[in-house]
Design a protein around this ligand. Structure first.
Ligand code: UD1
Ligand code: CA
Length: 456
């Protein structure tokens, strides 16, 4: 993978190949493609921002064997692959990829490897209505005879619409020999990888092209506008795949999936939703407009209403079947909601388990809590779980009814079936079945005269 370039036009302090597409660095997408074809190893050629690129990619490697080769200075694509050559086993097939070309399909790379078959030089090509800037593919029937870079091409060659997409597959031993014979006598004074084509032809090795239809597969990122265009194209692909599986999207142009979204049957997703990390939506789940769902599992039949924010981070969030969440609800890490739980507007739940049928319909906070079945948690009530240093647990047993505007100062247990009067500040455990009220008594002063303005 060539990843030494600077990416001047991004106008960013971050190396280009680490710019994000769907929450994954561009070069991370290329690693995914390498995973798809079961690469024996991936050699990454680094240069600009090498240390940063190497540490970011190491974190993404997983089971892939990654090796780095530093290219300093950058003398062209041929020189980049030369730098990687000592890492390549003679019996390997080498697939040359670019760290800034994120949308190549695994199946396309597989087809290119198949065409190479360990003996040919195989090039990925595509026809472009406007091929300017790219290397043109010169052919003699099915065989390619040369690639001519735009800057070196004659007017006649520039009229060729078939371009080299920047990806090739070659037998390693021969590729290494060709790389050793490259020179930089050309319009850019660079060592062109594309010159290996004529060297292969000289050696009697057939050069074949795998011509694809979709230019997106070879599209590189050079500017923020191109990055945004590829992000949209990638999202549209994901949306189409979801619809193919039966998911109903109100608008495939208005969904963003930045991770993995797994949907069961009859899932409906309204416009403007963002999915991050690992998200699972069960049968007949409905997601209203403008929700953010990250690292969570939503079980069958649950409805998530508009503008709800769910983020399980590393702990996850689970919402049981038949629940109703939102609009404007917030579920944070460790929220574990049972069947038929209702969470309404401006309710925040963190690290709390709510059993079947529990409800918190308006303006409430439940943190570090265990909430029993059918509990009703009133508007404006909160668990005061944090004393400034430590977090404490609140246990609310089955069938408790907490009135409005209560402060439950943890640690605390509210006994089953109890009622907490509105406006109470509760500091001690409350008995089962009882009404507990903890607030100033109401007083009325008869015939009260309000002060009058200007009176002495
Ligand atoms: C290259 C091809 C061109 C093809 C086009 C497709 C060559 C000579 N030309 O042109 O035929 O149509 O890709 O996009 O290969 N890089 C390094 N080290 C270097 C130079 C480049 O790592 O010394 C990396 C870049 O960061 C980039 C990739 O190689 O990821 C391709 O380089 P780039 O300069 O974009 O190639 P093009 O001039 O576009
Ligand atoms: Ca160049």
């Amino acid at each position: 993978m060539m990843a030494a370039g600077k990416g001047t036009r991004m106008k960013s302090n971050k190396p280009k190949v680490l710019q994000m597409l769907a929450h994954l660095p561009l070069a991370g997408h290329v690693l995914e493609a390498a995973r798809w074809v079961d690469a024996r190893k991936v050699v990454v050629v680094t240069g600009h921002g090498a240390a940063q690129v190497e540490s970011a990619l190491s974190l993404l490697a997983g089971t892939l064997q990654l090796e780095f080769a530093r290219q300093e200075p950058q003398l062209g694509t041929g020189h980049a692959v030369q730098t990687a050559a000592p890492h390549l086993a003679d019996d390997a097939i080498v697939l040359v990829l670019s760290g800034d070309v994120p949308l190549t399909r695994g199946a396309t790379l597989q087809a290119l490897l198949h065409l190479c078959a360990g003996e040919h030089l195989a090039l990925l090509t595509v026809n472009l209505p406007d091929p300017s800037g790219y290397g043109r593919v010169l052919r003699n029937g099915p065989s390619v005879t040369a690639i001519v870079e735009h800057k070196d091409a004659s007017p006649e060659e520039r009229s060729i619409q078939e371009i080299y997409g920047g990806i090739l597959a070659a037998p390693a031993l021969q590729l290494k020999q060709w790389l050793g014979r490259l020179d930089n006598r050309n319009a850019q004074g660079e060592y062109y990888l594309t010159d290996v084509v004529k060297l292969a032809v000289q050696d009697g090795v057939q050069v074949l092209a795998h011509r694809i239809d979709d230019p997106l597969e070879v599209a590189g990122v050079n500017s923020p506008a191109q990055l945004a265009a590829l992000e949209r194209a990638h999202q549209l692909r994901l949306a189409e795949a979801l619809m193919e599986q039966g998911v109903r999207l109100k608008d495939p142009a208005r969904i963003d999936v930045r991770g993995s979204l797994v949907c069961a049957r009859d899932v409906e997703i309204d416009v403007g939703c963002v999915f991050e990390g690992q998200v699972y939506l069960g049968d007949e789940v409905r997601i209203g407009p403008h929700c953010v769902l990250a690292n969570c599992s939503i079980e069958a039949g649950t409805i998530i209403q508009a503008f709800t924010h769910v983020d399980g981070e590393s702990k996850g969030v689970r919402v049981g079947a038949g629940a109703r969440i939102g609009p404007f609800a917030r579920l944070r890490p460790g929220a574990d909601l049972g069947q038929d739980v209702y969470i309404g507007n401006f309710v925040e739940v963190k690290n709390a388990r709510l059993a079947q049928g529990a409800k918190a319909n308006h303006l409430a906070y439940l943190g570090d809590a265990t909430v029993g079945e059918r509990v009703n948690f009133g508007a404006g009530s909160i668990t005061a779980n944090y004393d400034g240093a430590n977090k404490h647990q609140t246990v609310i047993e089955d069938d408790v009814h907490v009135g409005s505007n209560c402060v439950l100062i943890a640690p605390l247990t509210l006994g089953a079936g109890g009622t907490i009067g509105g406006g109470s500040t509760i500091t001690k455990d409350t008995p089962a079945g009882a009404l507990t009220v903890a607030r100033g008594k109401q007083v009325s002063v008869a015939n009260w005269k309000r002060p009058v303005k200007g009176a002495k």
